[in-house]
Design a protein around this ligand. Structure first.
Ligand code: CO8
Length: 259
């Protein structure tokens, strides 16, 4: 992977830490930052050592304050049709590794949508979530209209989008936008703990359960059940399944090999 200017990438003990690093703009997501996130995810996908990807923001004030409004100002209609931020977030959702957003400070617009595209969201009490795009005369166009509704329900999502209200970490936990709430000092440790729980699981099973949940959510229930059944059929045939069941019977921890 090449050198990045707006994204810090660290790999440690199975975790890829991605830190959005433009604190002077509250980590606004310009085209260069998005390209760097894209490249980091491409790398993570093929790096068998990496099991979990944690996204966070540098500077303490912000996870990400959304799309870079300076660049947004000059966009024309056809540019909204390219995959762009929406395509990248779909790639993140479809990543076979587990993704965690560790949020303190602002997660607004495309920053909130980035957190919504992750599998698990952790927030501090100082987190501030919102989709304020309508203030700018645009709509949440990086998956926000769909993912927020699915995660917190259509009524609450419409309220947040139409009023542009910003909710803090405690409110976000109450409505199910985040599933872990911590103080600022505990953010990294909470992410590490969640990652450690995930890393005890079989990698092939993780890949397929993500597929079953995400893809199954978008289709009718009978098709979704088939996706689940076929995913189970795949894992039934793996070394990991043999090892996981044997380890239980032998009263020891499983040693999964991703096969
Ligand atoms: N883009 C560019 N610059 C930004 C952004 C941003 N999103 N957010 C903050 N900045 C810059 C400010 O302009 C300022 O720059 P300067 O120092 O040069 O004046 C610097 O960061 C610091 O900002 P503030 O002084 O405003 O800092 P505060 O701590 O007082 O406030 C806020 C922080 C609340 C985050 C405030 O800056 C703010 O409201 N930012 C804009 C938030 C916003 O509206 N986000 C939504 C953007 S639109 C979007 O995300 C669309 C996604 C879908 C696009 C799909 C396209 C197809």
């Amino acid at each position: 992977m090449g050198n990045f200017s707006n994204l810090l990438v660290e790999k440690e003990a199975g975790i890829m830490w991605l830190t959005l690093n433009r604190p002077e703009t509250r980590n606004a997501l310009d085209a260069n930052t998005l390209a760097e996130i894209d490249a980091a995810f491409t790398d993570a996908e093929t790096d068998t050592e990496i099991r979990v990807i944690v996204l966070q923001g540098a500077g303490g004030k912000s996870f990400a304050a959304g799309a870079d409004i300076k660049q947004l100002h000059d966009r024309h209609a056809l540019e909204a049709l390219i995959p762009g931020m929406q395509g990248l977030y779909s790639k993140i959702e479809g990543c076979s590794k587990v993704t965690i957003a560790a949020v303190t400070g602002y997660a607004l617009g495309g920053g909130c949508e980035l957190a919504l595209a992750c599998d698990i969201r952790i927030a501090t009490k100082k987190a501030k979530f919102g989709l304020p795009e309508l203030n700018l005369g645009i709509i949440p166009g990086a998956g926000g209209t769909q993912r927020l509704s699915r995660i917190i329900g259509k009524g609450r999502a419409l309220d947040m989008i139409l009023t542009g209200k910003i909710i803090d970490g405690e409110q976000a936990e109450r409505v199910g936008l985040v599933t872990y709430l911590t103080d600022e000092e505990g953010l990294v440790d909470t992410a590490k703990k969640v990652a450690a729980d995930v890393m005890k699981k079989g990698p092939v099973a993780i890949k397929l359960v993500k597929l079953a949940v995400h893809k199954g959510y978008d289709v009718d229930s009978e098709t979704a059940m088939w996706i689940e059944k076929l995913s189970q059929a795949v894992v039934f045939n793996t070394e990991d399944k043999k090892e996981g069941t044997l380890a239980f019977l032998e009263k020891r921890n499983a040693n999964f090999t991703n096969r």
